[in-house]
Write a protein that binds this ligand. Sequence first.
Ligand SMILES: [Mg+2]
Length: 194
Amino acid sequence: MIGFDLDEIVFEFIDGLIPFIKEKEGIHISKKDFHSYNLYEVYNISKEKTDSLVFEFYESEEFDKILPVEGAVQAIPLLCSSYKIPFITSRPVKIKEKTISHLNKYFPSHPFELHHSGDYFAGSLLTSKAEICMSCGIDTIIEDNGSYALNCAREGINVVLFTKPWNKGVEHPLIKRVDSWSEAYRYLNPLANA
Ligand SMILES: [Mg+2]
């Protein structure tokens, strides 16, 4: 079974956040300069401030309009034809309803389930992505976050890692890097290569 991260894999979160922060704070950082997914390191402002900006973004209309990653909406249901799509996110549980309605919009005809890991906002209160994969029988996760990818790979879970500026240098025998959904789909579905 394949599991899917949400932001940067299904939705273009950073593409929505960049103009939002520019509008609020007057700071513009290009996506290629996101050397970390810890936004306080990228923007060089406090974690408290970046967390509150991200929450403000979650509650904004701009967040409701973030677009799917090219190819995701087509590929994901095909890869999960016999089971509910397992999405695994470290977004806060607080915005679960928003997340579900956003997923309903783009995956209206394929059942899915949404798992929240506690990696970012909830600390150790919730389980890690690797633990969710193991408890749900997910043997492959599609991810862009280097730490989560390594954590999963070290637990024996295969990772398809979308190459991004913030995951440079992350390598492991169970990590396969891809640049796009078309590449991921060809890798995950051997029939697509026939
Ligand atoms: Mg992500």
